[in-house]
Structures are given as structure tokens and as C-alpha cells.
Design a binder for this molecule. Sequence first.
Ligand SMILES: Nc1ncnc2c1ncn2[C@@H]1O[C@H](COP(=O)(O)OP(=O)(O)OP(=O)(O)O)[C@@H](O)[C@H]1O
Length: 255
Amino acid sequence: MIPPLVIKQLSYYQGSQPLLQNINFAINPGELVGIIGPNGAGKSTLLKCLSGFISPNSGNISLFERPLNSYSHQQRAQYLSYLPQHTEPAFGFLVQDIIHYGHHQSTSLSNQEITNIISELEITPLLKRPINQLSGGEQQRVHFARLLIQNATIMLLDEPTASLDIGHESLLLNILSHHCQQGKSALIAIHNLNTAITFCDRLLLLEHGQQIAFDSPKKVLTPHQITELYHHNVSVIQHPDNQKIIILPRQHKII
Ligand SMILES: Nc1ncnc2c1ncn2[C@@H]1O[C@H](COP(=O)(O)OP(=O)(O)OP(=O)(O)O)[C@@H](O)[C@H]1O
């Protein structure tokens, strides 16, 4: 099995400041991989490098055994789609135009498949509304729909559930898991560790631009590792049904 996306010795500097150093990992077909780590760890910077939005200073990004930068923009859109953390609401664009743009980047989905995505994400009533008049969570669902409609083999998503209520968060992650079970791959920056444990096959843990671990959630998120990362601000308990860990904020006095 050839991993569709392979990252070797990737480093990225902003001036003389290293934002990412020696990142090494590969994503398999069908895998849902989470990027976790505290604020400022480098998660968004890594996704920007992998989407081709910025170029690393050193290292290699191989997409289906070819350097990422050897693809034309159009070719790349067939293999890679990217949902940034902040998507500026393109003023006045109707939701249906944004959905249409996703379809324009890849024509391989049928009209019925597109209708199914729109209805699954409960976007049908929003189609004729300007995107900049939607709530944050509604906008996030529209951009996720656009990403699915692009139908790329590998999906890169930067905190796609940040504005979603728990019901829509669960819906989005279940849809993403389903697409991965059908053979796509996804790399998703995510802060909710319980969601990451529930849905991700492997986790890439970053801190200060360094790769701390890349393994199964059970191996990466040990109680020791969690205390190291978040100090004593969180509690770790075990789920009574499946013995997976649950991570909760801990109340303490601010002196
Ligand atoms: N253009 C830039 N110039 C200078 N520093 C930058 C730039 N972009 C990002 N940084 C810094 O790089 C580090 C990594 O930023 P990044 O946005 O990748 O972190 P993150 O893990 O996605 O954080 P968060 O969880 O807060 O979204 C941060 O310390 C940030 O301040």
C-alpha cells in the first residue's frame, strides 16, 4: 500500500524563527489523522504547507509519489482539498455559488450526489442566502460541503468543527469518517481531544513546531503526555463502557 501523502524532514521558518522543524509522517488511504497540540504548536502552518499555500524551507512533501510542487493548481485540486481555519466570507456570494465552485474544481460527482451532501449537512434552506449573513456554524457547514463536493482524494481541514454545536460536530466527523471508510484520507487539526480520540485513527502531536508523537490516540494521549502538555488544568478519567480516556477541564482558583 503506497501512502498517498508522505512528509519527510519538513521545516518551515518565518524569518529566522522556526515554526515547524523536522516533521515526518505519512497518511494511508482510508485514514483519518488528527493534528493536535496546544495553541501556537504549528498545526495551521503544517496544513498551509501541505496545501501548497506556503512553501517549506526544507524537506519533501510527496503526493502520490510526486513532489507536491510539481502539480499544476488544477491537478492538485483533484488530489487535495483544503479548508482553512478562517475563511473570509466572500461578501455577497450566495451559498449556492460557493457550492458550485467546489463542483467546478472537480466534476466527478453526479447532481444527485451533490444534492445528498447538501441535504445531509442541512444546507438546503440556506442555498439562496448570502454567505456573509449566515452564522459561524452555518458558514462552516457550507465550506465543509464545498470541500466534500470537490471530491479530492485527501482532505486537509483546519479546525472544521470550531463553530459547531456538539450535534453538528458529531455529524461532520461521522460524514468525514464515512468518506475515509470509502477510501479517502483526511488530515484534520482539532482541539477537542475527546472528539480526536473518538474519530481519529492516528494522531500527530505537535508542540512548539516539533513533532512529539505520531501514533494511535491511545499511545499518544497518555495521562502523562496530557499533563505534560496541559499541566494540571485538565482531568483524565476512563469511559465506563469502552475504557477510552475522557479529558475534561478542571476547575481551580485563580489567585
Ligand atoms: N506569519 C507569521 N509570522 C510570524 N509568526 C507566525 C506567523 N504565522 C504563524 N506564526 C506563529 O507560528 C506559531 C504557529 O502558528 P499556527 O497558527 O500554526 O499554530 P496552531 O497550532 O494552528 O495554533 P492554534 O491552535 O492557536 O490555532 C505561532 O506561535 C504563531 O504565532
